[in-house]
Design a protein around this ligand. Structure first.
Ligand SMILES: [Zn+2]
Ligand SMILES: [Zn+2]
Length: 261
């Protein structure tokens, strides 16, 4: 599998994955124009994609979806709860919603070409949020962002992955001292918000597979985190567990180099 995080953070998320004979995106949370630009920058065409997997309906995951699908005819995969809200949001914004969603059920694996896609339920403040694992028979990638907390279901899925894109959203002290309204701080730090650096480290310390080969820290807050802080925290957790995967921190404004697993 080849994986490229095109954009990651509270301003927009999208990841390109190629494997099992298919090319797809997970989320389309930057504008259509930016998606096209970033795909071009990493040498990929926006045409002929086999699907876009949607995690949930927050704008930072679907911002460019309607226009991208309109221009490139990409099939969209989502569960019923997410699809219904995305359709409603598109209509409210005067956009034509994706013409048809391929609906799946959370927790039920499905085939997309030679990939087995498993939607993993997460705890996040949307209709029916999911993370994903994608398996091509040789390696398994986990895409885990907007987690709220690491549930038993997420922990079990994460433990079986050879490569991970994992949320490391905020440093709790920076969040608490950010001057943001208390309600917002509580939402972000709460069980249906986002994982802190410490929570991400704890998840790795507790559950990571001994076969973990690559780890990308993702969905970092620009105001309440710093890449060097998140990376140092995770490096300690990996060392304590005796793991040495390739470690990267995803960025908001530029794609990461391709990972191969
Ligand atoms: Zn979200
Ligand atoms: Zn998000």
């Amino acid at each position: 599998m080849r994986i490229c995080v095109l954009a990651s953070g509270s301003k927009g998320n999208a990841t390109y994955v190629e494997g099992g004979g298919v090319r797809l995106l997970i989320d389309a949370g930057i504008s259509c124009r930016d998606l096209e630009k970033r795909l071009a920058a990493v040498g990929e065409s926006p045409d002929g994609l086999d699907g876009i997997l949607i995690t949930h309906e927050h704008i930072d995951h679907v911002r460019g979806l309607a226009r991208f699908v309109d221009r490139h005819g990409t099939p969209v995969f989502a569960n019923e709860g997410t699809a219904a809200v995305v359709e409603r949001q598109c209509r409210l914004e005067g956009k034509s919603p994706p013409p048809d969603f391929t609906l799946f059920e959370s927790r039920v694996p499905f085939a997309l070409g030679g990939l087995t896609v498993t939607p993993v339920r997460t705890s996040h403040d949307t209709a029916e949020p999911v993370a994903y694992t994608l398996d091509d028979g040789a390696a398994r990638l986990g895409y885990f962002t907007d987690l709220g907390f690491v549930s038993g279901e997420v922990a079990a899925a994460l433990a079986a992955c050879d490569a991970l894109v994992l949320e490391s959203n905020h440093d709790l002290t920076m969040l608490r001292e950010s001057g943001r309204p208390f309600a917002l701080i509580s939402r972000i730090a709460g069980d249906s918000g986002h994982l802190s650096n410490d929570q991400a480290c704890e998840a790795i310390a507790r559950c990571a597979s001994p076969n973990l080969r690559a780890l990308v820290l993702a969905h970092l807050s620009e105001e309440c985190n710093q890449p060097a802080v998140a990376r140092a925290c995770m490096a300690r957790a990996l060392k304590a567990r005796g793991l040495a995967p390739a470690l990267a921190v995803a960025e908001q404004s530029v794609p990461l180099p391709f990972l191969e697993v």
